[in-house]
Design a protein around this ligand. Structure first.
Ligand SMILES: NC(=O)c1ccc[n+]([C@@H]2O[C@H](COP(=O)([O-])OP(=O)(O)OC[C@H]3O[C@@H](n4cnc5c(N)ncnc54)[C@H](O)[C@@H]3O)[C@@H](O)[C@H]2O)c1
Length: 438
């Protein structure tokens, strides 16, 4: 009989297994791909090196890959996002996991090195730290990250030479890989899973839109209704955050340099201005740009006392922690998730989750239903790389649209949603060019 206090008496791994099973029941497309993989074993003998947030949803993806016959080694894609119970659970299932919450940067790159020591054939990445490290090693670049990796792998180049493909989960990672491609430095084909419509139209706006506020609420418990929320970046992620903020009763101000996107924000009814003006208005600031120093010294100088600062972009570079520290005469931890900066003039600014992804550090990341889409695509992307080994150029590729449609259709089926079927007449009409005004 289960105990009244839920997890009491359970080991960390048992608790992780329970939570992975909970996610799994909300990820029906992944579950159906797992069944297909179990039957067909398309990844037999393939070693997959993953650098992903170690969450219960990632564990579901790892289990799908295992069902396909792959062996998996996993390190985190952020030093603070690991769910330790999930890491313990995956270890208990025989997966090589090198992750714990709160890693130092050195430990983070050593974990990447340990994944490489498994001599992967395929890299599955979120943010491109693993893929870029491989490229530095193969390209003979020697920097701090590579020397940290070298500390744990005797011959890193030897460990990387069997890699024949990779996948990338997020916008920032895809940007880094496109930059490698443009410079002619990409050593193997990479699938930009982020760019598949079934990923970017759901994970980025809808997953982040919800989980960012989950993170802010868990970290601070503040009332959101009536707050002035400044969203920096009105791209895929920022537009979702702005929409959810409005739904929660916030007064939303958008900051965006792209004319088209700024116009879209304005026509969606948001106040749009630059950060210089927004800085003095906001109660809560959320960055979602993939850019550096989006909020910096001249903005902190104008902010109201008690302003909250949160980041949803991939790296902790969007809110300048250096400038915050320079302007402050005292820095205190209010909790594990909130740091107070006391500025010289006495104002207090509060940074959430150390400026790292607030939805993954202060909450549990995206809901499983959304990760069902992203990780179904990841599993099918790994299969696609195996089945097209040697046939894809050293470029950043997007998955064929048939894979997107399959995932979307299976998701709709799992939701009990019926699709309109076009009649033969309608299908013919859509291909017709002679018929016009009648
Ligand atoms: N937190 C999460 O779980 C999560 C999920 C998906 C993506 N991401 C990350 O979020 C970031 C944004 O991703 P996206 O898919 O929305 O990218 P995107 O390219 O669609 O949008 C980024 C937007 O930021 C704008 N921007 C750039 N510099 C700016 C500045 N200084 N001030 C204001 N706006 C600026 C750009 O013009 C663009 O419109 C990336 O780092 C991505 O990897 C995070």
């Amino acid at each position: 009989m289960s105990s009244a206090s839920g997890y009491s008496g359970m080991s960390l791994a048992e608790r992780g297994i329970r939570r992975i099973e909970w996610a799994e029941r909300l990820m029906p497309v992944c579950t159906s791909i797992a069944k297909e993989f179990r039957r067909e074993r398309p990844l037999e003998g393939v070693r997959v090196g993953c650098c992903l947030h170690v969450t219960k949803e990632t564990a579901v993806l790892v289990r799908v890959l295992l069902e396909g016959g792959a062996s998996v080694a996993l390190c985190p894609s952020n030093p603070l996002s690991t769910q330790d119970d999930v890491a313990a659970a995956l270890s208990s299932l025989g997966v090589s996991v090198y992750a714990f919450r709160g890693m130092l940067v050195r430990e983070y790159y050593e974990a990447i090195g340990r994944v490489l020591s498994h001599k992967p054939h395929i890299t599955v990445d979120d943010g491109a730290d693993l893929t870029v490290t491989v490229h530095k090693i193969l390209g003979g670049v020697r920097d701090e990250a590579v020397s940290m990796v070298q500390g744990v792998v005797s011959d890193p180049a030897e460990s990387c030479k069997g890699i024949f493909g990779g996948t990338e989960e997020t916008t920032t990672g895809v940007m880094r890989l496109r930059s490698l491609e443009e410079q002619g430095l990409l050593f193997y084909p990479v699938i930009a899973v982020n760019d598949s419509p079934t990923k970017r139209l759901f994970d980025n706006p809808i997953g982040t839109g919800q989980s960012v506020f989950d993170g802010i609420m868990r970290a601070t418990g503040v009332l959101l209704a009536g707050k002035k929320v400044v969203v920096a970046g009105y791209g895929q992620v920022g537009s979702g955050i702005a929409a959810r903020a409005r739904g929660l009763g916030c007064d939303v101000i958008v900051v965006e340099p792209s004319p088209v996107r700024a116009l879209m924000a304005a026509m969606n009814g948001f106040r749009v201005t630059d950060m210089s003006e927004a800085a003095s208005i906001g109660d809560i600031f959320i960055t979602a740009t993939g850019n550096i120093n989006v909020i910096r010294k001249e903005h902190f100088e104008k902010m109201k006392n008690n302003a909250l600062l949160a980041n949803a972009g991939h790296y902790d570079v969007e809110i300048s922690k250096k400038d915050l520290a320079t302007l402050s005469n005292r820095v205190e931890n209010v909790s594990d998730l909130v740091t107070k900066y006391v500025l010289r003039d006495g104002r207090e600014l509060y940074l959430l989750a150390e400026g790292r992804l607030v939805n993954l550090v202060a909450a549990e990341g995206h809901p499983p239903e959304v990760m069902d889409l992203s990780f179904s695509l990841q599993a099918l992307a790994v299969r696609y790389l195996v089945e097209n080994r040697g046939k894809l150029g050293r470029r950043v590729h997007v998955l064929p649209s048939a894979i997107d449609e399959r995932v979307a259709l299976e998701k709709l089926n799992s939701m009990g949603i019926r699709l309109e079927q076009l009649t033969p007449e309608q299908l013919a009409y859509l291909r017709e060019w002679q018929l016009g005004t009648s």
